[in-house]
Design a protein around this ligand. Structure first.
Ligand SMILES: NC(=O)c1ccc[n+]([C@@H]2O[C@H](COP(=O)([O-])OP(=O)(O)OC[C@H]3O[C@@H](n4cnc5c(N)ncnc54)[C@H](OP(=O)(O)O)[C@@H]3O)[C@@H](O)[C@H]2O)c1
Length: 316
């Protein structure tokens, strides 16, 4: 049987049995995923301690990050939510991207191995070259085409080599109603433009940060509860049909129709007409079935995530 996540039931249980709460350390505080984790922790009966850049700059030396990791408080598991996510900037800043995305995750993974606690690490669809046409399985060959993807792949390998019981969740096209992302950018541009050219030959599946947070918390709790689970590589994105960026933009404008001053005209263009410093994969739809099977959960549609993110956008 596949579970759906019952927020009300879990909140009720948390209120009745506070001592059953697990303590999870989150590396990251201000990003989309870290904020969603903080919002949703109580409904998973989990207590979080989140650390931001001011506590530990992940671009610091490995020795400095090791010292920070060793001194983390006692906890039942760790989630790494922070990352160098500026995909275009990473092309000219490869050393920092490698340190933050490629090296730092391995340090936290080794600390998890030492303490015998599980780790959830987040990676990306950009580890794939994007030349396929069928949803990508975790075992499909990787071959990143940009510096960000290479740095994230190095991070996956560092976590895999650490000996920790770690689940690496590759995700794609993360959005929420308040962060810096494609959805909020579209809604900002729509305030004073009525036409936009958007790339239509890159296909993926958007992921609501709240759904990614739920998946991360479900995964860490399952690894805590079941010592025989080794973790592994998984894909987590919104379910439902894949879209191009242009189709995603249309879905955003349809959702927001009463809150933008005019009808938006989206012109579908090829990526070749919108050159960026970093190349993006043309096709990076993730096959999420292994995660759904092993964690016994149906991942929600990105469309329901869009509705929720839009409610947050309106109230901010
Ligand atoms: N966003 C996407 O579309 C996307 C797609 C695929 C995979 N992912 C992966 O999903 C995970 C969560 O991403 P997100 O969307 O939540 O990212 P985000 O909103 O861009 O946030 C990134 C976070 O990392 C922190 N960070 C960056 N450099 C740091 C450093 N040197 N030291 C300490 N903290 C640092 C940032 O802190 P400051 O606020 O201080 O800068 C911020 O809190 C990441 O692993 C990312 O690679 C994201």
């Amino acid at each position: 049987m596949v579970d759906t996540f019952d927020e009300e039931e879990n909140l009720w249980r948390a209120a009745r049995h506070p001592s059953l709460m697990q303590h999870i350390v989150v590396i990251g505080k201000t990003g989309q995923l870290a904020r969603a984790l903080a919002d949703r922790a109580a409904s998973h009966n989990v207590q979080l301690t989140c650390y931001g850049r001011e506590d530990c700059d992940l671009s610091e030396t490995t020795a400095a990050i090791e010292a920070f990791a060793e001194n983390l408080p006692e906890c039942d598991g760790i989630i790494i939510a922070a990352a160098y996510t500026a995909v275009d900037k990473a092309e000219d800043d490869q050393n920092t991207a490698q340190q933050v995305n490629g090296i730092a995750p391995g340090v936290f993974a080794k600390e998890c191995a030492r303490r015998d606690i599980p780790l959830i690490h987040i990676s990306t669809d950009y580890v794939f070259p994007g030349n396929g046409t069928a949803p990508l399985k975790p075992s499909d060959p990787t071959d990143p085409i940009n510096a960000y993807g290479s740095s994230k792949l190095a991070g996956e390998k560092a976590v895999q080599d650490s000996g920790a019981r770690a689940a690496i969740l590759r995700t794609s096209w993360v959005f929420d109603g308040t962060g810096k992302n494609f959805m909020t950018t579209m809604l900002r541009l729509a305030q004073d433009r009525d036409a936009l050219n958007i790339v239509a030959d890159q296909i993926g599946r958007p992921t609501f940060a709240g759904h990614l947070a739920d998946a991360s918390l479900i995964a860490v709790k399952k690894l805590i509860a079941d010592n025989s689970m080794k973790g592994g590589l998984y894909h987590v994105s919104g379910s439902d049909q894949p879209v191009s960026w242009a189709e995603f933009a249309d879905a955003i404008f349809t959702q927001a129709i009463e809150h933008i001053p005019h009808t938006m005209q989206v012109t579908y263009i090829p990526a070749a007409q919108y050159p960026t410093p970093a190349k993006r994969p043309a096709y990076s739809v993730l096959d999420i079935s292994a995660f759904e099977r092993d964690f016994n959960i149906a991942l929600p549609s990105w469309k329901t995530g869009l509705e929720e993110a839009f409610q947050d956008w309106k109230s901010n």
